[in-house]
Design a protein around this ligand. Structure first.
Ligand SMILES: Nc1ncnc2c1ncn2[C@@H]1O[C@H](COP(=O)(O)OP(=O)(O)OP(=O)(O)O)[C@@H](O)[C@H]1O
Ligand SMILES: [Mg+2]
Length: 244
C-alpha cells in the first residue's frame, strides 16, 4: 500500500490538540501542545500533576485553551463548546464534582432529561441502566451517603447510559473494589465507542491500542502499551531508588 493510500484509510482523529496553550493562573500546564488521537482505546499515563486531567478537560471543552486549537469530534471546543456534552461523555476524577442530584435515580436520569425525555421516561431509563449493573436497589439512595467507590460507579453508569460517541474517563477505577473494577473493565472493553482514559492502573491499559505518557505537559512517550508502560515502569523504579 502506498503512503497516500494508508493515509486515506486512517480514521479521523477524535481529538486534535494544535499548538494548545493552557495555564492555571501562573502555572503553565501546556505550552504549544500538539497531539492527535484516533485509536479506539487510548490510555494516558504520567505522574501526579503531569497534565492528564487538564488534557481531558480541554478535550471536553470544560477548559479552553488560551492559545491554539482543540478539536473534538470535529468540533472546535472554543466555538462549539455547548455541542460537545451531547456527544462526548466525561467522567471526572472526583465524583463529587460530577454529582448534582440528591438521589442515584435522579442523577442517572438527568442526562436523559437533558436530551428531552420526560421525567418519567428518564427515571425509567435510569432504572434500566442500574439493573444492567446489578444495582437497582440504589435507585432511591441518597448519592452523598454512598461510599467513594459507589459514587464513582454511579458516575460511570451515568456516563455510559447516554451512549456517547466518545468517552473520556479520568481515573475511573481509582476507588472501585477489585470485582467491580474487573466487571467494568469487561464492560468498557466491549463498547464500540472510542475511549480515552487517564489511569494509574497500568495493567488495565495493557490491552489498549495506544498509551501516551505525559510529563510536565509534554509527551514523554507515545506508542504501543507494551513499550510505553515498560519505559514508564522503569522510570518509576529509577525515581524510587533516588528517593530512598
Ligand atoms: N484547580 C487548579 N488550580 C491550579 N493549578 C491546578 C489546578 N488543577 C491542576 N493544577 C495544576 O495543573 C497541573 C496539571 O494538573 P492535572 O490535574 O492536569 O494533572 P494530572 O496528571 O491529572 O495529575 P493526577 O495524576 O494527580 O490526577 C499541575 O501542575 C497542577 O498543580
Ligand atoms: Mg488527574
Amino acid at each position: 500500500m502506498t503512503e497516500g493510500a494508508a493515509r486515506l484509510v486512517r480514521p479521523n482523529p477524535h481529538i486534535i490538540f494544535d499548538q494548545a496553550t493552557f495555564a492555571h493562573g501562573e502555572r503553565v500546564v501546556f505550552d504549544g501542545f500538539s497531539l492527535s488521537l484516533q485509536e479506539r482505546r487510548i490510555g494516558l499515563i504520567g505522574s501526579n500533576g503531569s497534565g492528564k486531567s487538564s488534557l481531558l478537560r480541554l478535550a471536553h471543552g470544560l477548559a479552553l485553551p488560551a492559545g491554539g486549537i482543540v478539536t473534538t469530534l470535529g468540533l472546535n471546543t472554543g466555538t462549539h463548546r455547548k455541542q460537545i456534552p451531547s456527544q462526548v461523555g466525561f467522567l471526572f476524577q472526583n465524583p463529587d464534582r460530577q454529582i448534582i442530584f440528591p438521589t442515584v435515580g435522579e442523577e442517572i436520569a438527568f442526562g436523559f432529561q437533558e436530551r428531552g425525555d420526560t421525567r418519567r421516561e428518564a427515571m425509567h431509563q435510569a432504572l434500566v441502566w442500574l439493573s444492567r449493573f446489578g444495582r437497582t436497589d440504589w435507585f432511591e439512595r441518597v448519592v452523598h451517603d454512598l461510599s467513594e467507590g459507589q459514587k464513582q460507579l454511579v458516575c460511570l453508569i451515568s456516563v455510559l447510559a447516554l451512549e456517547p460517541s466518545l468517552i473520556l474517563l479520568d481515573e475511573p477505577f481509582a476507588s472501585l473494589d477489585l470485582s467491580t473494577r474487573l466487571a467494568f473493565a469487561d464492560q468498557l472493553q466491549a463498547l464500540d465507542q472510542p475511549i480515552v482514559m487517564a489511569s494509574h492502573d497500568l495493567d488495565f491499559l495493557a490491552p489498549f491500542d495506544r498509551v501516551v505518557w505525559l510529563e510536565q505537559g509534554r509527551v514523554r512517550a507515545d506508542g504501543p502499551p507494551r513499550d510505553v508502560l515498560e519505559a514508564y515502569r522503569a522510570e518509576a523504579h529509577r525515581g524510587m531508588r533516588e528517593l530512598v
